[in-house]
Design a protein around this ligand. Structure first.
Ligand code: PMP
Ligand code: GLU
Length: 402
């Protein structure tokens, strides 16, 4: 594609793929607007409201005049609360100049990639991966190198796989645990093994996206940044969107080497400046407040996961994983490739999801954009009633495919 004179667009935007999660959510909204009863399980967003005590803290901050610009890396009060959180939950030690608060973990990851990557550099991304990783890397003219794990290895890559993907051009290793889109959780031992193969390569920064940390059903969250051999080269990314149901507040953060924090703040200072003042005040409060609402949400997600798995496993041709965290399930539906309802033939997971949207009025996202073309993602951050109804409809719709 090339830009025409009347529409002067950059190569960067022309070559960029739209976020598949956001695109699918929009398609579901459009169909809903036409009067259809659509159940949208496409977007990864808790269906719970932000806990009342956090909203109250934001209201108080507004009344107290927290309506101005903030320091680019974040309010000192929030950064201090983040330092305490990293120490308490993750065994990580940071100073104030190692923390940067952004408008969401998405911006944090973009800052980091812009700060580290030159054109042609390679980024090892564990696949299945969250849709924006590969696009952000490409935006930096760097090369995403996918290291893939199928459902048979619980979608978790091994240290050997990582070792064989490392080259002299590798600058970043990027992954999430608990993982979006699979819900897989890397154990401490698995992370130690991965750290061991990365450790000798001093040019590599590890970006560990732990935004689903609090939605973990194993009771054990491990941070690769706590492994001594890679401690000084790991950036731990987190945010408020998932664990505190604060998606719309737009707040994420990182803790990592001071030189990278400074670089990210420099970039952010030219793009967006400091994040929202009263959101930051509320977030500082949230980190040190009672976590009961978060654990209640986690327990609710676990119950829903069990229901969703049980129902999906009954659908012929579905191979269903057992996620240990986040709020996604990621079944393999390659059984349906080549099958048709007499009208359309399913060639890809994206075809399958479009078929479900049109025939079952259920919004889900194809695995193609997650680097896993045999699977699709269901976000079960919805009521039990909606989930039962949606899966019932999916089961009916796929009967048409022969
Ligand atoms: N990382 C992962 C794995 C995610 O699923 C999301 C979801 N949006 C993000 C980062 C970005 O989070 P935020 O809303 O804080 O930008
Ligand atoms: N992270 C969520 C998801 O995967 C929100 C949408 C997005 O930012 O991509 O669906």
């Amino acid at each position: 594609m090339s830009a025409v004179a009347a529409q002067p667009l950059s190569r960067l935007v022309l070559e960029m793929n739209e976020s598949a999660t956001i695109k699918m959510a929009q398609m579901a909204r459009d169909l809903k607007a036409k009067g259809h009863d659509v159940i949208d399980l496409s977007l990864g967003e808790p269906d719970f409201d932000t806990p009342a005590h956090i909203k109250e803290a934001a209201k108080q901050a507004l009344d107290a005049g927290f309506t101005k610009y903030t320091p680019v890396p974040g309010l000192v009060e929030l950064r201090q609360a983040i330092i305490n959180k990293f120490k308490r939950d993750n065994g990580l030690d940071f100073a104030l100049n190692q923390i940067v608060v952004s408008n969401g973990a998405k911006q944090t990851i973009a800052n980091l990639c812009l700060a580290i990557l030159d054109p042609g550099d390679e980024v090892i991304i564990f696949a299945p991966y969250w849709v924006s990783y590969a696009e952000i890397v490409r935006m930096c003219q760097a090369v995403p190198v996918e290291v893939g794990a199928g459902i048979e290895q619980d979608f978790k890559v091994s240290a050997e796989q990582v070792a064989s993907a490392i080259t002299d051009k590798t600058k970043i290793v990027l992954f999430s645990s608990p993982c979006n889109p699979t819900g897989s959780v890397y154990s401490k031992e698995e992370l130690e093994a991965i750290a061991e193969v990365i450790a000798p390569h001093e040019q590599i920064v590890i970006i560990s996206d732990e935004i689903y940390e609090y939605i973990n059903f194993t009771g054990k969250h491990a941070s690769i940044g706590a492994v001594p051999s890679v401690k000084n080269r790991t950036v731990t990314v987190n945010g408020f969107a998932k664990g505190y149901a604060m998606t719309g507040w737009r707040l994420g953060y990182m803790g990592g080497p001071a030189y990278l924090a400074a670089a990210c703040a420099k970039i952010q200072g030219q793009f967006t400046s400091g994040a929202n003042a009263f959101s930051q005040k509320a977030a500082a409060f949230a980190l040190e407040a009672d976590m009961t609402p978060t654990w209640k949400m986690r327990d609710e997600f676990l119950q829903r996961r069990n229901i969703v798995i049980e129902l999906l496993e009954k659908i012929p041709g579905f191979i269903v994983n057992k996620p240990e965290g986040a709020f996604y399930v990621f079944p393999d539906i390659s059984h349906y490739f080549g099958k048709s309802d007499g009208n359309v033939t399913i060639h890809t997971a994206d075809d399958f999801c479009e078929f479900l949207l049109l025939n079952a009025h259920v919004g889900v996202v194809g695995g193609d954009s997650f680097g896993a073309p045999d699977c699709f993602r269901i976000s079960y951050a919805a009521s039990e009633e909606s989930l039962r109804k949606a899966i019932g409809r999916i089961a009916e719709a796929v009967k048409k495919l022969n």
